[in-house]
Design a protein around this ligand. Sequence first.
Ligand code: MRU
Length: 349
Amino acid sequence: MLYLAETETGANPGVVLAENGRAVRIIDQTQLPQRLVHLELSNAPSMYEAIYKLRVRGAPAIGIFAAYAMAVLANVSEEPDFAAFARSLERDAQYLESSRPTAVNLSVQLKRMSHVLRGCKTIPEAREALTAEAFAIHREDIAMNLAISEFGLTLIKSGDAVMTHCNAGPLATSRYGTGLGALLLGAERGMDLRAYTCETRPLLQGARLTAWELHNAGIPVTLICDNMASIVMSRGLVNAVFVGADRIACNGDTANKIGTSGLAILAKHYRVPFYVFAPSTTLDPHCATGADIVIEERPGEEIAEMHYTKRMAPEGINFYNPAFDVTPHELITAIITEKGKMNLDGVTQ
Ligand code: MRU
């Protein structure tokens, strides 16, 4: 089997197939930046838990993870005949798909793997075909990220500062990233680029992951609380806002990490260009507008307790913890895919 070399994935990829093909190896993103911990997952409940708990997270990364998960579950299956093997894998695919609802990549890649499975007739054939498909999905994501990053670089120049939200870097994708891709590629080419990174309450993907990735790449990163974005924009400290996307509706409305739509409103007010970066597979043809996108709601403990040394809210109160919001298309300067600028018909200009 042709494993992806480090020259393709970059050092320390967030998601890979273990050499024996019997586990998905991930960086446990919940442990960063304190500890770089790798986990090997070989059964469906631990894979579901990894997605739900955001050990692996970011729309493209959970799609790649799910593809490798299906290959692993095929490789470790002890089902005696092909019909039982296929039924069990289809059940696992549905189970994994139910772990998080908003990012379209999870269901897209699971459906792609199921389609491959349905084209097979024997267990050995299915194992080989599913593993090959998972590698193909990973490779395609790397190529799309590179193209997206190249387009991103046409939107900024050396000396610019970019505001980021959540984490749309290599951990959330495969390599370079989408929203962070231009910064990382530009830095590799010697450009002088800086970032203002929103910490991204309540799970702090900006503080814990984006700051870690940009700092490791030698990019000067200034961390701000989410409620500081307005003053940063009003003082002209950033030239653009770059974010990723979890699902794009046909009219260009875009779901991304909670807080993204607020940044878009501010950006419009302060006339800062607001760009969304995502592979074209993030466009969901079944969502006419953002109103059709299911927004994940998560437990209130993430607001009250997580990342604090002690609880920071009284017991007995209510919480509302939507994990994503939808940015209306009219607030988005452009959506950038691997093909260039997307127009509202989902085709590139
Ligand atoms: O809840 P998360 O951390 O999975 O949310 C991730 C985001 O919102 C990212 O911005 C999005 O997936 C794009 S990643 C390239």
